[in-house]
Design a protein around this ligand. Structure first.
Ligand code: KIV
Length: 289
C-alpha cells in the first residue's frame, strides 16, 4: 500500500508547509475531550489544538490563567485518544513555562510523554522566544502565539485587539520573526488588524494561523465551543457561529425532563423483559419468604 493510500496517515509539519506553499488554507480548531476530538476528526480538520481556552469552555474558570498542567494533560490525553489524522497541539498553561528554560522543557516533556501531543504552544514574544529555542533544542516542536495573548491579557489592557499602531504592529512582526528564528514550526496570530497580518505574511516562512487576524494568514483557528454555539458566555467579534448546539442541547434535556415528569419516558421499548415463568417464580419466592 502506498503511503498516500494509508487509511490514517498522520498530518505532518511537512504537509502544512506544502499547504502554505500551495496557498491551500490550513484548518485548525480546538478540542478538549474524546468526543470533540472524534467530531473534528470526522469533519476532516488539519490541526487540533487543546487550547487553554479549556479553562473557560469546559472547566468554568473566568480566564485561562487558573488552568493547571495536570488539567491540561488530562484533557490533551483524552483528545489524543479520539484523534488519528490531524496534528495535535497542546497549550502549555500560564505559569508552567515562563520562569526558566529548564521549567519550560520539563513541562513540555510531560505533555509529550503523557499525552502524545505533536507540538506545544506558548504565548508571547520576549522571554518566550528563549523558551521556544530551549524547547526546540530539546527536540520538542513549538507553536508561537502572538497578538492578543489571553494568559497575559491583563497586562495588554484586557481582551482587545493588539498592534493597532504602526509601532505596536512592528513590535508584533519582530516577535513573529524572532519566534521563527528560535525554531517555531507554526505561529498563531490572534486579534490583530488584518493589515498587520498582510504586512507579516511576505516576511515569514513558517505557516501562520490566524484568529481574528484577517484572511491573509495561511490558516484559521476557532474555538470548538464558539463555532458550534455551545459556550454560553460572551464571544469575540471574530467568532462566527456555524451551529447553535447550546439551544439544541437545552431543548433536548428539557424534552427529556418533560417526558420523565409526564411519565412518558421510559416506554416499554426502553426496558428489559423477563420470561413469564421467571416472573411467576419470582412472585412465589417473594411470597414464600
Ligand atoms: O486557547 C486557545 O484556544 C487558543 C486559540 C484561541 C488560538 O489559544
Amino acid at each position: 500500500m502506498s503511503a498516500h493510500a494509508a487509511p490514517h496517515k498522520r498530518i505532518t509539519l511537512g504537509d502544512l508547509a506544502a499547504k502554505k506553499a500551495a496557498g491551500e488554507p490550513i484548518v485548525m480548531v480546538t478540542a478538549y475531550d474524546y468526543p470533540s476530538a472524534q467530531i473534528v476528526e470526522a469533519a476532516g480538520v488539519d490541526v487540533v489544538l487543546v487550547g487553554d481556552s479549556a479553562a473557560m469552555t469546559v472547566l468554568g474558570y473566568e480566564s485561562t490563567v487558573p488552568v493547571t498542567v495536570d488539567e491540561m494533560i488530562m484533557l490533551t490525553a483524552a483528545v489524543r485518544r479520539g484523534l488519528q489524522k490531524p496534528l495535535l497541539i497542546a497549550d502549555l498553561p500560564f505559569g508552567s513555562y515562563e520562569a526558566s528554560d529548564a521549567i519550560a522543557v520539563a513541562t513540555a516533556q510531560r505533555f509529550v510523554k503523557e499525552t502524545g501531543c505533536d507540538l506545544v504552544k506558548i504565548e508571547r514574544g520576549g522571554t518566550s522566544v528563549d523558551r521556544a529555542r530551549a524547547l526546540v533544542n530539546a527536540g520538542i516542536p513549538v507553536v508561537g502565539h502572538i497578538g492578543l495573548t489571553p494568559q497575559t491579557a491583563t497586562s495588554l489592557g484586557g481582551y482587545r485587539a493588539q498592534g493597532r499602531t504602526a509601532e505596536a504592529a512592528l513590535a508584533l512582526i519582530d516577535d513573529a520573526l524572532a519566534l521563527q528564528a528560535a525554531g517555531c514550526s507554526l505561529l498563531v496570530v490572534e486579534a490583530v488588524p488584518s493589515e498587520v497580518t498582510a504586512a507579516l505574511m511576505p516576511l515569514i516562512d513558517i505557516p501562520v494561523i490566524g484568529i481574528g487576524a484577517g484572511a491573509d494568514a495561511d490558516g484559521q483557528v476557532l474555538v470548538f465551543h464558539d463555532l458550534l454555539g455551545i459556550y454560553g458566555g460572551p464571544t469575540a467579534r471574530f467568532v462566527k457561529r456555524y451551529a447553535d448546539l447550546r439551544t439544541a442541547a437545552i431543548a433536548g434535556v428539557e424534552a427529556y425532563a418533560d417526558e420523565v415528569r409526564g411519565e412518558e419516558y421510559p416506554a416499554p421499548e426502553h426496558g428489559y423483559g423477563m420470561p413469564a415463568e421467571e416472573t411467576v417464580r419470582l412472585r412465589e419466592l417473594i411470597a414464600g419468604r
